[in-house]
Design a protein around this ligand. Structure first.
Ligand code: NDP
Ligand code: GDR
Length: 328
């Protein structure tokens, strides 16, 4: 039975990736950091029906000693480094913590792999945010980076450390440059989930307004369930490499709102307002990915359309609020 270690196990991608790997017969280990609110830890895994099926190991990306111990305990064949301070806006209010977790945390993971499990295959969760102030209208593996937030700066360190450990020490280390991917398990602070949750509240009469920031920002949004397949495929290749994972379609936040509100028969213009509190010190105006290399080399293609994903997210949020109302 192959053994996989996943950091970021409690996050959106950790949950979908665990489900995928358990379905393929892997033994899955998750790096879990101590939290005071431990009762919420399993909520995403419960939603996917996989709670209790993962062995949780105590550790923190900022503590190399804990990562070495975890590596010794689980002896992984594959390591997926998904843990991060991943919310871009928070990276301006906690820039150094973001650096410690999202940048140095990758260095710690690579060192732990190099020292304890050098034969393990390593996946690094890199990000389209690294393109930032875009240098080419459609971004691929060869597009130059220009990070626009402390988060993106930290991700660039992690990306280049992954490339460097591959070239310096021969690690089987791959970096997935993933564009935004969403799902009903997306954190409520990210714009897509904030919108679908807002639509559900408004539809059920729990709210009337949805305050947002920059409605003109454009993102290339795919489904997390599809994107974790690409992560796994990268580690099945003989030769490690870096891949863009995207849908090759870009959409404004405004258009996302229109689709989500229209799904339940509402007009977004009657409910969405702009609140400067949700604007950023420096914005990434547009991201649009070209995943031709992933398609050619990994045989990967997105399966879920934006419209299907928005409907799934809105329906799940309506169900969740209805269940809360019924239980109250
Ligand atoms: P989430 O924000 O949902 O999850 C982040 C995870 O990181 C959580 O499990 C969190 O644990 C964990 N974590 C945070 N700090 C630490 C720490 N110090 N030590 C150990 N674990 C920690 O992110 P996603 O699932 O959306 O994303 C997964 C990865 O992919 C991230 O690295 C993200 O930056 C990257 N990425 C995401 C994209 C997307 O669109 N979703 C696109 C491109 C890249 P806890 O529950 O304890 O907070
Ligand atoms: P992003 O995702 O920063 O792209 O990072 P987010 O959903 O936070 O923002 C996307 C775009 O929407 C605009 N926006 C708002 N964003 C939020 N959160 N809240 C609002 O009210 C709002 N109004 C408009 C933002 O300005 C931005 O342009 C995500 C994270 O998952 C990262 O970890 C990952 O690396 C990148 O995607 C790829």
């Amino acid at each position: 039975m192959p053994r996989a270690l996943i950091t970021g196990i409690t996050g959106q991608d950790g949950a979908y990736l665990s489900q995928l790997l358990l379905g393929k017969g892997y033994e899955v280990f998750g790096l879990l950091r101590r939290s005071a609110s431990s009762e919420v830890i399993d909520s995403r895994l419960r939603w996917l029906g996989i709670d209790g099926k993962i062995t949780m190991l105590d550790g923190n990306l900022t503590d190399l000693s804990s990562l070495i111990r975890v590596m010794e305990e689980c002896k992984p064949d594959e390591v997926y480094n998904l843990g991060a301070q991943s919310f871009v806006k928070t990276s301006w209010t906690q820039p150094l913590l973001t650096g410690q977790v999202t940048a140095i945390g990758v260095g710690n993971m690579l060192e732990a792999v190099r020292l304890i499990a050098p034969k393990a295959r390593f996946y690094q969760a890199s990000s389209s945010e690294m393109y930032g102030l875009i240098q080419e209208p459609i971004q691929s593996e060869s597009t130059p980076f220009y990070p626009r937030s402390p988060y993106a700066v930290a991700k660039l360190y992690g990306h280049w450390m992954t490339v460097n450990y591959r070239e310096s020490f021969g690690l089987h280390a791959s970096s997935g440059i993933l564009f935004n991917h969403e799902s009903p398990l997306r954190g409520l602070e990210f714009v897509t989930r904030k919108i679908t949750d807002g639509v559900a509240r408004i539809k059920l009469g729990l709210a009337s307004e949805l305050p947002l920031g920059n409605l003109d920002a454009k993102r290339d949004w795919g489904h997390a369930r599809d994107y974790v397949q690409a992560m796994w495929l990268m580690l099945q290749q003989e030769v490690p490499d870096d891949y863009v994972v995207a849908t090759n379609r870009t959409t404004t936040v405004r258009e996302f709102c229109r689709i989500a509100f229209a799904h339940v028969g509402l007009d977004y213009e009657k409910h969405v307002t702009v609140n400067p509190a949700f604007l950023r010190p420096a914005e990434v105006e547009v991201l649009h990915g070209n995943a031709a290399k992933a398609e050619a080399k990994l045989g990967w293609k997105p399966e879920t359309t934006l419209e299907q994903m928005v409907q799934e997210m809105v329906d799940a949020d309506i169900k969740r609020h209805q269940a809360r109302i019924a239980a109250a």
